[in-house]
Design a protein around this ligand. Structure first.
Ligand code: VGL
Ligand code: ZN
Length: 211
């Protein structure tokens, strides 16, 4: 756990550190930009760095604006299950979808985009929200013999959380670096996510243990 940063087969997985999840963005996570300097320092500790990028078409079904009479943060039943309706965010090629301008992105080995199919949202870096359509990340990690992940990014209780539990279910070791994440926290979603991650064997750590 505490050597997550030293092991050659551990990747740093940086989730959705994009303008729309930072203050001033369309789905701003409180204090979201505060993680950027921490994540940048952490990057030097890992030989493999992977970024994810939420990347929606403008007609995406997770946007409240695409459902008549719906407001952001309401729930909707989709073909694949319950879905939060979000403010329009991370539209492909928009400034909101760009990575935070201070985030180091040049040294990433891989950028994995998700949420690009109009009819289905994708919180996790591994599976879309039907919990079965793969993004390809598991195969990439396995081929590269990467067995462990350190997770940072936005938001702790959505995309970071689903990435963490899917990684555990797929057999990866997972360490969440708590101070390098920030949450949306809708109706207690942060506490629920933290409890579930602990139960599923996600190790909790802090950047000070790695830097
Ligand atoms: C996210 C809600 C919608 C996230 C992405 O990155 O946590 N949350 N799209
Ligand atoms: Zn999204």
């Amino acid at each position: 756990m505490s050597n997550a940063g030293q092991s050659a087969d551990t990747a740093l997985l940086m989730i959705d550190i994009q303008n729309d999840f930072c203050p001033g963005g369309a789905l701003a996570v409180s204090d979201g930009d505060a993680i950027v300097p921490i994540v940048n320092r952490l990057q030097a500790r890992f030989s493999t760095r992977i970024l994810t990028q939420d990347w929606h078409p403008v007609d995406h079904s997770s946007f409240a604006a695409n459902h008549q009479g719906a407001a952001p943060f309401q729930m909707r039943t989709m073909a694949y299950g319950q879905q939060v309706l979000w403010p329009t965010h991370c539209v492909q090629a928009s400034q909101g979808a760009a990575f935070h301008s201070d985030l180091i992105t040049d040294s990433a080995d891989l950028i994995i985009r998700k949420g690009f199919r109009p009819q289905i949202d994708s919180y996790s870096a591994f599976f879309e929200n039907d919990r079965q359509t793969p993004t390809g990340l598991a195969g990439y990690l396995r081929e590269r013999k990467i067995g462990a992940l350190a997770l940072v990014g936005l938001a702790t209780d959505y995309c970071v959380y689903y990435s963490a539990i899917d990684a555990r279910a797929l057999g990866f070791e997972v360490t969440l670096i708590e101070d390098a994440c920030r949450a949306i926290d809708l109706d207690g979603s942060l506490a629920t996510a933290m409890d579930d991650m602990r139960e599923k064997g996600v190790s909790l750590s802090d950047s000070h243990a790695l830097l």
